[in-house]
Design a protein. Structure first.
Length: 134
């Protein structure tokens, strides 16, 4: 258990360093940098939420999430990344958008958005970007 938590912390720290580096590179080149913490299916869901899913497609996907403790691991990773994102003024958190994290019709699998999901995400990115830059 502790080893898994250490791996998740390490992953969050790598993510943070990468965006700090990308911002520094962008600034050095005279560009303004933004990063979007993107959603993934199952964020902020509990095992109880997963057991209460109604569609066949969701239930099939959820079996993998439960067997691998994915739900617990992804929620811990995002908890850490959200805290880091909150402290970075060019980080925009879209990971708490329930439309994007709880609608399996937007996903080709629990991790990856499909074409419909990518279209929805791109609209949310543009909306958030315009709010921050205007």
């Amino acid at each position: 258990r502790k080893e898994k938590i250490d791996q998740i912390n390490r992953a969050a720290n790598i993510w943070e360093k990468n965006i700090l580096y990308m911002n520094a590179i962008s600034n050095a080149r005279g560009a303004k940098y933004f990063v979007f913490l993107q959603p993934t299916w199952g964020l902020d869901m509990t095992r109880k939420d997963i057991f209460n899913l109604s569609t066949k497609k969701e239930k099939e996907a959820s079996i993998r999430l439960i067997r691998s403790n994915y739900i617990e691991r992804i929620n811990l990773l995002y908890k850490i990344m959200r805290e880091k994102c909150q402290k970075i003024n060019y980080c925009i958190d879209l990971s708490q958008n329930d439309q994007l994290t709880r609608n399996y019709n937007f996903y080709s699998d629990p991790r990856h958005l499909n074409a419909i999901g990518n279209k929805k995400l791109s609209k949310e990115i543009l909306k958030s970007f315009l709010l921050v830059t205007n």
